[in-house]
Design a protein around this ligand. Structure first.
Ligand SMILES: [Zn+2]
Ligand SMILES: [Zn+2]
Length: 172
């Protein structure tokens, strides 16, 4: 997913509009390898500003994830915009506090790299199969969406069994 910006470098053009789709099998994020359920799609415009560039793009794709309560497989739709400066010259980060800035070298821009670096801010905090997901019981491990908790039962058996045993002893 690379964009050649030669025509901006040699000032042939002021901007380049692009619309790219790439089949990527997985994306790593926070040490977790996510499989993709769709190709990565990025479209937008890259604009020359002096020797640097301004990028406005929208990104969309679907990740395969798990519900954070019941762990069932869920699709995570990712959709966000990148609004960033791509700097060919040295820059002072303090001047760009409110926006994304990336250093670029040469006349090729690796868009997948930009997606990797911007994904963290655009990942949903928490993925749920549904707002009402009841999750998995931490005691007995049943999926509470489909079964009722068995913790009560097992505690009862543990409590009663020894007493039953004693009662049986007395009845002998
Ligand atoms: Zn769930
Ligand atoms: Zn339980």
């Amino acid at each position: 997913m690379k964009l050649n910006v030669d025509s901006l470098v040699n000032k042939e053009r002021e901007f380049i509009d692009f619309d790219l789709i790439d089949e990527v099998s997985n994306i790593e994020f926070s040490g977790i390898d996510y499989s993709l359920k769709s190709p990565v799609h990025i479209s937008g415009r890259i604009l020359r500003t002096g020797v640097n560039y301004k990028l406005k793009a929208s990104v969309d794709f679907v990740l395969a994830g798990n519900c954070s309560r019941c762990l069932v497989d869920v699709d995570i739709p990712i959709e966000y915009n990148i609004d960033a400066y791509l700097m060919r010259e040295e820059y002072d980060e303090g001047d760009y506090e409110d926006c994304d800035v990336f250093s670029i070298k040469g006349s090729t821009i690796d868009l997948l790299n930009l997606i990797d670096s911007t994904l963290s801010l655009n990942m949903p905090q928490r993925v749920l199969c549904s707002e009402n997901c009841k999750g998995i019981c931490s005691g007995c491990g049943v999926d509470l969406n489909f079964e009722s908790c068995k913790c009560e039962d097992s505690i009862d058996i543990d409590d009663i069994d020894p007493r039953f045993a004693k009662l049986k002893e007395l009845l002998k």
